[in-house]
Design a protein around this ligand. Sequence first.
Ligand SMILES: [Zn+2]
Length: 150
Amino acid sequence: MPKKTAAANRKKFLADLKASLVDMKAKLLAEIDSELKAEREGNKDEGMDTYDLASEERDREINFILSDRERVKSKQIDDALERMEEGSYGVCESCGLEIAEERLDAMPFTRLCRDCQQDQEREAKSQRRFEDERNTYRKIGSTDADEENI
Ligand SMILES: [Zn+2]
């Protein structure tokens, strides 16, 4: 029953990946916590114990101090974990096929398989080329109507 084995392997792979994402998130939070503490030390008028803060207030503070990079990363981890809960994680959003494990290992936040990603990049590139050409046509005085007649 090779198919069943593959499914079980996939399940194990996703469980491992989930554990590493949870770990990543914990490290990120620890990093943020130490930044918070450093912030506190430079500001001695405030209370001594960061952890006495109501969690809502603490969340607000974390959001305030969080850099964009940390915020994006934290959001990406949360999104990935959420998709794991729903069972939609690791499935290409474009073609619906399973994303290769090597790819998920390297880029755990990707939502597209390699083929679809390449298609999308190619499309974006040709879209840019098209825009460039249009701009060039405009510069030499061609109009939209002319292009439609080609
Ligand atoms: Zn795909």
